[in-house]
Design a protein around this ligand. Sequence first.
Ligand SMILES: NC(=O)c1ccc[n+]([C@@H]2O[C@H](COP(=O)([O-])OP(=O)(O)OC[C@H]3O[C@@H](n4cnc5c(N)ncnc54)[C@H](OP(=O)(O)O)[C@@H]3O)[C@@H](O)[C@H]2O)c1
Length: 362
Amino acid sequence: MRKKLKVGVIGATGMVGQNYLRLLDRHPWFEVTYLAASLNSAGKKYKDAVAGRWVMRSDIPQDCRDIVVEDAGKVENAIGKCSLVFSAVDMDKLAIMALEAEYARQGFAVVSNNSAHRSTEDVPVMVPEINYDHLKIIPQQQKQRGWNKGLLVVKPNCSIQSYVLPIHALIKAGYSIDKMIVTTLQAVSGAGYPGVASIDMIDNIVPYIDGEEEKSEIEPRKVLGKVEDGKIIPDESIKISAHCNRVPVTDGHTACCSIQFAGKKPEINEIVDIWRNFTAVPQELKLPSAPIPPMVYRDEVNRPQPQKDRDIGNAMTVTVGRLRKCNVFDYRFVGLHHNTVRGAAGGAILTAELLMAQGYVK
Ligand SMILES: NC(=O)c1ccc[n+]([C@@H]2O[C@H](COP(=O)([O-])OP(=O)(O)OC[C@H]3O[C@@H](n4cnc5c(N)ncnc54)[C@H](OP(=O)(O)O)[C@@H]3O)[C@@H](O)[C@H]2O)c1
């Protein structure tokens, strides 16, 4: 049996951090040995640090309850306790950039959920089914930064998975997307805990999420880009216009999309076949968190729905539906994924599995 890799979670007490602990419980390759958060939690046993704010439906994993939470800023405390850290801290962006780079400098593989490093040229923004080959930048990243075995990779914004995976499948099948308009309906869990005030969310929709539209428009281009000369070069050919809304749903981000192709256009049946038959490297490698299939197309006219579809494939599968002609662009469809799993902790764990499977983390 493979010896488990010791991993840590920084920002372990928050919404995404709690999802990490839930998903890493009895993980076949990883063992949680280091937990860190702010000074408010440091020095407390994990179970006491999250008392009254553990929001998962399952209990705190037995193996983590008594781990004493460290101050995430004291990187030296992690040395010897783990080799890889998942970062889910919510702090000032510059502070996060510095903190994550410091973990990497001190020899840790860092897989981050934060946006701070998403536009850093030598840091891949990973959706493992799409840009698994972006990991080849790591030796150049380490050389450029003088890191010995440390490395830094990030996850994209939690809004984009439900439309970038379907788009990627079409590109992989030989089609080009010229432009798309995306309206996202984003769950409250995406705002962390306690998140948006309940009085703003009950019986309401908030048509603004700070910084989200920019991320939803720019990050897909980097995910769909290519590695060249030690940088990720974004695919600037796709133009995206995003409207991001916070809606009173607990988990599951929905995206209503209109797309226009550049050049030849597939027929509706062909698109459905492409989506239904899509598979990728994480599935071929049988990574423990890789959903099979990665994408589901539903024929029912009223799907996908967060309540019914977010948990498919252990909440890692993207569900697509309602593909039809568009009166303005070529086609429209609806995509859905679980934002704190596929869009955050689960997607990052899948990335860490890919790092291990490809030998970047030993
Ligand atoms: N929620 C989502 O769906 C989602 C999806 C993708 C990405 N993200 C990103 O993931 C990160 C975490 O989000 P979240 O929703 O889990 O936020 P959250 O629930 O507010 O949790 C924030 C975490 O950061 C820690 N923290 C805050 N200030 C800190 C400091 N100065 N030093 C060290 N740790 C500090 C907190 O520790 P204490 O408990 O000790 O204060 C807590 O563990 C954010 O960057 C967010 O943008 C979230």
